[in-house]
Design a protein around this ligand. Structure first.
Ligand code: ATP
Ligand code: MG
Length: 279
């Protein structure tokens, strides 16, 4: 259940990926070892974003990162994405050290960041075009549009979509590259509660179908419990791993089940919101 901070351990319960992953995009381990990251703020102060963060994600595991604003969650995702480098420590995907961005690590932000001048289809295939593999993988664009329920909107432009639809385009755009690892930085944060719950099911469905290793940043404790195999709770800045909670509830999860509510209460307590939760 609750384990101490430090390393994530590789023996956590992992959802069976049931052979869904095909040989070319087998899910991968993600390892962060003793990662530190500092920034210099505009007024020349040193901002200690991450301190000695160690975390291991098993192949095909869904892990959530929660913690106070500014504790380094996005920084950690950017490091795993290879968009930035740590000041100390090491990051690996499988047996490869992370040395820069790669199509095998997809990143989806809170803002879908679609190209407004491109149709939905062209947005989804943008990565394939950039890698020069559109001809070989063009048929997959339609598969992924169907998977996220947007085949009827392939020729629409982003401004003609709802927020949830735009977010699904962003997911399809990341997934069409067959990432071994999908990094999600509050991807559902801007959605209304109803759309958000539907999208959570959608992401879980995609995760099950593809067996992708996923690291999800969220401020929503219910979302973390509903989605994750494990929840990593970070300390206020400098961000460290404070606790790792294994979510050993059967799937699909029932948001009102007593075990679910008990876990939520425990996490809120760990995040020092117990008083607020009790009103
Ligand atoms: N490029 C940067 N230059 C300077 N400081 C940065 C930079 N990126 C992040 N920081 C600082 O690092 C700290 C961690 O930022 P980060 O965005 O990772 O937090 P977060 O946990 O994602 O917060 P939130 O929950 O609000 O999104 C913050 O103090 C932030 O100001
Ligand atoms: Mg952030």
């Amino acid at each position: 259940m609750v384990s101490g901070g430090g390393s994530g351990g590789g023996d956590a319960a992992v959802e069976p990926t049931s052979g869904a992953a095909i040989a070319s995009d087998l899910p991968a381990w993600v390892r962060a070892e003793n990662v530190c990251k500092r920034f210099i703020s505009p007024d020349n102060a040193e901002v200690h974003a991450l301190e000695d963060v160690s975390l291991v994600l098993s192949p095909g595991e869904m892990v959530s990162l929660v913690g106070p604003s500014g504790c380094g969650k996005s920084t950690l995702l950017r490091l795993v994405a290879g968009l930035d480098a740590p000041d100390a420590g090491e990051l690996w995907v499988g047996s490869e050290p992370i040395g820069g961005p790669s199509a095998e690590r997809g990143l989806v932000f809170q803002d879908p960041n679609l190209f407004p001048w491109l149709t939905v289809r062209r947005n989804v295939q943008a990565g394939l075009v950039a890698r020069g593999v559109l001809r070989e993988q063009r048929h997959e664009v339609d598969e992924f549009l169907k998977l996220v329920g947007l085949e009827a909107f392939a020729n629409s432009y982003p401004h003609q979509l709802s927020g949830g639809m735009a977010q699904r385009v962003a997911l399809a755009r990341a997934l069409v590259n067959h990432p071994k690892v999908l990094l999600l930085d509050e991807p559902l944060g801007a959605l209304d509660a109803f759309t958000r719950m539907r999208m959570q099911d959608e992401v879980l469905r995609l995760w099950r179908a593809r067996g992708t290793t996923m690291l999800l940043v969220t401020h929503d404790i219910d979302e973390a419990i509903y989605m994750s195999d494990r929840i990593v709770i970070m300390t206020p800045r400098p961000g460290r791993v404070e606790r790792i909670i294994e979510v050993d509830l059967p799937r699909p999860r029932e948001r009102n089940a007593p075990e679910f509510l008990a876990m939520r209460a425990r996490i809120l307590e760990l995040l020092h919101f117990a008083g607020a939760a009790k009103g």
